[in-house]
Ligand binder design. Structure first.
Ligand code: GLN
Ligand code: ZN
Length: 771
């Protein structure tokens, strides 16, 4: 059994201190040269391979590094460079690559090209660049990045396994270029030879195994289309002499796809046994004995220490079942560690010892893989490590900091009255009308106002202790007052306090609730050089005291005549943008957060706040990968939103906000939230929204965004009026609101002032026309 290989599917690229972020951003700013960027990145890769090897991994991935995104890298490697970037590309270097990633606006050379579209990578919080395939798409071997990185690792003496994103996944994640209509996958036959050429170079460079990532195998696939596509690809790959292929998929089970995937002419199959544990038995029955099984037992996308004894049982079960198989078993991470922070080391001294003992970031996960592999050969060799792991796992199970019986009991004791408003929407609408006295087409904003340099500076000073709490509060109050008075002056109808006290809509609540901890350097890549540091939900969530009531009360006091909205983040969004505990169902954690938000909603109402917005921009992105899991997810997400928002009287108006308008898959759920008013993104996708409204109908009040806040451009009255008129064809006038499409925190005051003044004018004109 000494043939057990231990490896991971990929390593985070950023570096222990986000060195890569600094490198690429300095390069973009013209502060370092391309050579310095290349050399700096090379050094990082070397450090990462050294780290992996130091824990005893027998093989390391190469090619998992990226300056920006691995999907973009792959597209670029096979020559998928849309026409608008081709002139830049002719100049060589990485200009075109970065232009595809983030657009390029350079007046002096007369270039102004937008970036490719960005999309979420499966159900993670990582985003990839969407390749565009034209009807007459040609492919060519355009970059040998993966070959170069493989050689680099080999020269440094590492036993490396090149990683490539598979062609079927690449095309499935692509979209047809503007003006083209063919399905990207229909170009597969032309793409295969380019991959074959690339693989040939890897073979020539001395690669033995190649990891081909095909994560679309975790999705519902039409076998009639995909089985032949995969078969065609891997039959061609099999002809290249000297290479072996590990076919990997992750983030969910292979499910129905397993039967045909197992029969593909590859040499090994990776199983994500964290998310796809249900695959084990079927996999052991169907994967032929001459194929390696790579078992992904260490969760690559969460931050909890693995229960090694439990994972070892699964590993031993697989090994026993494969005792007579000719191919060995490998131990690995469930998916790439790209979605984990780099290392726990910087957290020592920041997090308490007990919490530290519960966690495992990328570096620690490598060690876990190595311990499992060693234990499978001879568990006595790692007895001390296994014991220490068991002690920490037990400490987490038994810690009093995790379980709050009162929270658990409260959630368990709720009856259905906690999930519905006192009266149905139509009745509420009547009482809200008389309570609020809003004009037709009420105007409002989504919550945040510009986070100016002064706001950020004051916060930094407060954190350093240079401003006292009282001084900081005074500053915030002054900002809020100015903001409210200005909104009132230009004639907005429902005002907001501006969210100056918040850096982030999830972090703010996490910091004010029990059950959360914040890491010092727990960064994960979100897209390109952007990293996020998600809060960690480790225990039962409760609200020690009101979180937003003082701010809301103060803001309302600045506006004697108009309602000010209370602003909260919803339970699903808080869950979705955090690292969530894995010792109870997500729905239960969301329920606990919902109770805390519910208490806040009730307190806001008691403080005289008549309109309360509970933002849920992340409901749609939390959708599971498999359609069969949608219903369960949508049911509990709707439930927790209702739990959070139904504690109020009929007069109190509940708003919610979503950062998208493509509701087709979740429209029924959106209706089920039973919010009085929803505001949504619309300005970039009128058609999708109007189509959904036409098909599904929507009876409550709604404010589709009248302009795109993601750009500094000021929308004219005419342009917003045209959009508003179009909306009136689909939405009854008495239900229609006028608002921007998201919060304004990333904008500057000058454009916000002009844009909102125009928006108010649009509503006023529309009222006149309607009268
Ligand atoms: N209330 C938040 C804001 O205005 C909503 C942000 C969001 O939708 N992502 O910033
Ligand atoms: Zn938004």
């Amino acid at each position: 059994m000494s043939s057990i290989k231990s490896t991971i599917l990929g390593f985070p690229r950023m570096g222990s201190d986000r060195q890569l972020k600094k490198l690429v951003e300095s390069f973009w700013a013209g502060k370092i040269s391309e050579t310095e960027l290349v050399e700096g990145s090379k050094k990082l890769r070397a450090e990462h391979w050294a780290l992996q090897t130091s824990y005893g991994l027998t093989e390391v991935p190469a090619g998992d590094f990226s300056y920006y995104d691995h999907v973009l890298d792959t597209a670029y490697s096979v020559g998928v460079v849309p026409e608008r970037y081709q002139n830049l590309d002719k100049e060589g270097g990485i200009q075109a690559y970065f232009a595809m990633a983030r657009g390029l606006q350079n007046k002096s050379i007369g270039v102004d090209v937008p970036s490719l579209e960005m999309k979420k990578w499966f159900d993670t919080n990582y985003h990839f660049m969407v390749p565009e395939i034209s009807d007459d798409q040609q492919f060519s071997l355009h970059s040998t990045k993966v070959v170069d990185e493989f050689k680099e690792a080999k020269e440094l003496g590492y036993n490396a396994r090149p990683v490539v994103l598979g062609p079927v996944t690449l095309l499935t994640l692509s979209k047809a270029a503007k003006g083209s209509s063919s399905a990207p996958l229909s170009h597969l036959s032309k793409l295969i030879p380019v991959y074959v050429k690339l693989l040939g170079q890897l073979a020539a460079a001395g690669a033995e195994w190649v990891q081909v990532d095909e994560p679309i195998l975790a999705l519902d696939l039409d076998a009639a289309v995909y089985e032949p596509a995969f078969d065609q690809v891997y039959s061609e790959f099999a002809k290249i002499s000297g290479l072996k292929y590990l076919l990997t998929s992750y983030f969910d089970c292979l499910g129905d796809n397993l039967a045909w995937a197992a029969a593909l002419p590859v040499d090994g199959i990776h199983l994500d046994l964290v998310r796809g544990a249900s695959d084990v038995d079927a996999a052991l029955n169907t994967i032929p004995a001459d194929k390696v099984i790579s078992v992904g037992l260490i969760n690559g996308r969460n931050i909890w220490k693995a229960n090694l004894n439990k994972q070892l049982e699964t590993l031993n079960k697989v090994i026993a079942a494969r005792a007579s198989a000719s191919a060995p078993v490998w131990v690995s991470s469930s998916c790439s560690l790209l979605h984990s922070p780099h290392s726990l080391k910087p957290e020592a001294g920041h997090l308490d010892e007990e919490t530290l003992g519960w966690l495992s970031f990328a570096e620690e996960k490598i060690e876990e893989v190595a311990i499992l592999a060693a234990a499978a050969i001879d568990s006595s060799s790692v007895e001390a490590q296994l014991q220490s792991n068991a002690a920490k796992v037990l400490s987490r199970q038994q810690s009093e900091r995790i379980t709050r019986p009162a929270v658990q009991q409260r959630l368990a004791s709720l009856d259905e009255t906690f999930y519905s408003r006192q009266a149905p929407f139509t009745e509420r609408q009547q009482v809200q009308r008389s309570a609020l006295q809003l004009p037709l087409f009420p105007t409002t904003t989504i919550g945040s106002f510009p986070q100016t340099a002064e706001v950020r500076k004051a916060r930094a000073q407060f954190r350093k202790g240079a401003l006292s709490p009282a001084e900081y509060q005074e500053f915030l109050d002054a900002e809020t007052r100015k903001c409210i008075e200005w909104q009132d002056e230009i004639g907005l109808d429902v005002l907001v306090h501006g969210e100056f006290e918040r850096t982030d809509m999830v972090e703010f609540f996490g910091e004010n609730l029990e059950g959360f901890v914040f890491t010092k350097k727990g960064w994960v890549q979100s897209y390109g050089s952007r990293c996020v540091k998600p809060p960690v939900i480790f225990g039962d969530v409760s609200r020690p005291k009101a979180m937003t009531v003082d701010v809301a009360r103060f803001a309302q006091s600045c506006s004697p005549n108009k309602p000010v909205k209370g602003m909260l983040t919803g339970p699903v969004t808080i869950l979705q943008w955090s690292f969530v505990r894995d010792d109870q169902p997500r729905s239960q954690t969301a329920g606990q957060i919902a109770l805390a938000i519910r208490d806040e909603v009730v307190d806001l109402e008691a403080a005289g706040i008549k309109v309360i917005q509970v933002d849920e921009p992340a409901i749609r992105e939390g959708l599971p990968l498999r359609k069969s899991d949608y219903e369960t997810y949508l049911k509990w997400s709707v439930d927790v939103f209702r739990l959070a928002t139904t504690g109020v009287r009929n007069e109190t108006q509940i708003h919610s906000h979503f950062c998208y308008s493509d509701f087709n898959e979740i429209f029924t759920a959106i209706k089920g939230l039973d919010a009085d008013v929803i505001t949504i993104e619309n300005s970039k996708s009128d058609l999708k929204l109007l189509g959904a409204l036409e098909v599904h109908g929507y009876a409550a009040e709604i404010g589709p965004g009248l302009y795109d806040i993601h750009s500094p451009r000021v929308p004219s009255v005419e342009e917003m009026a045209a959009r508003f008129a179009a909306l009136q064809k689909y939405i009854p006038a008495e239900n229609l609101w006028a608002n921007p499409d998201c919060g304004l925190k990333t904008r500057g005051w000058p454009e916000v002032k002009e844009s909102l003044t125009n928006l108010v004018a649009v509503a006023k004109d529309a009222r006149k026309q309607h009268a």
